[in-house]
Design a protein around this ligand. Structure first.
Ligand code: HEC
Length: 204
């Protein structure tokens, strides 16, 4: 079954949009280039591509949110932790022919809940590993014709708590009021530093 999935992934790669972007063979992490099969290379390729896309998006997002907080304080920055505010998401999606989103079990925007079994499975995997205090690493799953890349999003800095932390301690009253007005069913408060916040999903 697993073998079939890998085989399908490699088939997909043949028809994939990024025809010129196969990575050279010499950057494998396991050091056994000569025995690396075509299917393994396909996986490495999606992992690298997913990492490239989400790292660039995350950097742009962080920059946008930080700038907005500096200029308008947290309550004026609420709408900036949002992929819609980023032109880079549009250009990366077109360039790589993929969809980029964030998914969380405790979502603020209902659009960010897991939308199919593959996303649910990935989310559950991260949550379970985090509960066991294991290190969370990006991974790939395949569903029908699509390859999914998943990467954990952690509450990595104090800034996140201004809008996702304890509502009586970390979130200023004005910010809280804005959040509650825009997101009446918000689930994304009460986080602490280093908590698992959700995941990046890139659907190729
Ligand atoms: C200024 C307020 C603010 C700050 C600071 C902030 N966020 Fe958000 N965050 C929001 C809002 C508002 C949304 C909902 C955006 C939308 O509608 O798509 C959100 C959504 C998210 C989502 C998508 C899942 C969901 O709940 O809908 C993740 C993941 C996330 N934030 C992580 C972080 C992390 C990590 C940090 C710190 C680096 C951070 N946020 C900082 C306001 C903030």
């Amino acid at each position: 079954m697993k073998r079939l999935a890998y085989y399908t992934i490699s088939l997909l790669m043949l028809g994939a949009c990024e025809k010129n972007q196969q990575k050279p063979e010499n950057n494998s992490t396991n050091g056994t280039q000569s025995t690396t099969t075509q299917t393994e290379k396909s996986q490495v390729n999606y992992l690298e591509k997913g990492d490239e896309i989400t790292t660039a998006t995350q950097a742009a997002l962080l920059q946008t949110v930080s700038k907005a907080i500096a200029e308008k304080e947290a309550h004026g920055a609420v709408e900036y932790c949002n992929l819609k505010a980023l032109t880079i998401v549009d250009s990366l999606s077109k360039l790589h022919n993929c969809q980029i989103r964030r998914v969380s079990d405790k979502y603020r925007n209902p659009q960010d809940k897991a939308q199919n079994e593959t996303e649910k499975k990935a989310l559950a995997t991260f949550i379970e590993k985090h509960q066991k205090q294991e290190k969370l690493e990006p991974f790939i799953l395949q569903e029908d014709k699509n390859v999914y890349y998943f990467k954990p999003i952690m509450v990595g800095m104090e800034t996140c708590l201004k809008c996702h932390g304890d509502k009586s301690k970390d979130i200023a009253p004005k910010t809280l009021a804005t959040i509650e007005k825009l997101y009446p069913n918000d689930l994304a408060k009460g986080y602490k530093l280093k908590d698992f916040r959700g995941m990046w999903v890139v659907k190729f």
